[in-house]
Write a protein that binds this ligand. Sequence first.
Ligand SMILES: [Ca+2]
Length: 312
Amino acid sequence: MSATKAKAVIHDNDGHVDDLLSSMLLWLSPNVDLQAVTITNGDCYAPESFRALLKMATYLGLEGPEIALSEDSVPYPFPDNWRKESRIINDLPIFGDISLKKLYQDGQGRRSETLIKDCLSNSREPVTIVATGPLTNVAKVFEDRPELKDKVEEFVIMGGAIKVPGNVEREDKDGTAEWNIFADPVALKIILDLGVPVKLITLDVTNQLPLNKDFLARLEQQAKTHSASKLALSLWSLVKGYDYYFWDTVTVAAVMDPNIFSFKEIRVNIVTEGASQGRLTTHLFGGRKVKAAIKVNSKAFEDLLLNTLAIR
Ligand SMILES: [Ca+2]
């Protein structure tokens, strides 16, 4: 537990297992003052993930941030068989426990961009925006209100693959791109062009952190006594048997405790079309400066997650 003041944070995400776990971690973290959670119609069906997040907050008895969503399509949509996982999350049996409780938030939810603009306009301190999905809605905020960039402390973004292969496997693409950037490369360009500090969590670093049996065994122990661990276990159980990594959870960890990461300043450009669409290229000169995470202390990372999930 840090003695420093909690950071104001907005979490923009695209509603998959990993994203929702990440919102939960930020919400619980004593180092974070979570102001808003906004859902993009990326690796999910946004209304399904929106409902799931309301249920999660209700289940854990959390308070605070408003939750919003945008149903606009991202320019290059994710595969339907990934997106439909959001329906399964929304129907998790664990939510049977809250059927008699009042839901965390009423109504259909405001639009993501509206909520982000409101949050930034009204904040007295600079806000960290952590994005674990395509940046479609975040980019719209700054296209419409460029002056709001002065309210942003930094962007922490899950996206890209630098020295490792990407994860977009399509016949018409060359395999160099990572999905969040592939889905909306222009949006990342808009964000990088704002000139606000950016930290990137790429596949280079998340590849070092597979979801593993030891971690799940420790979580299972905690789940006996802690509702957040129980909920996290049921979410991660949905991806058991897949080659699953910590992706978005690593990204929010870089906000919760940046000290467990090593970063390196690099210069990047984004390929916005063609076979390499979404690829990040690195340059010695020119390009846009970002801090890319190059290493994480994996033990400290797993402890951070488990300790946070034992708060409730
Ligand atoms: Ca995501």
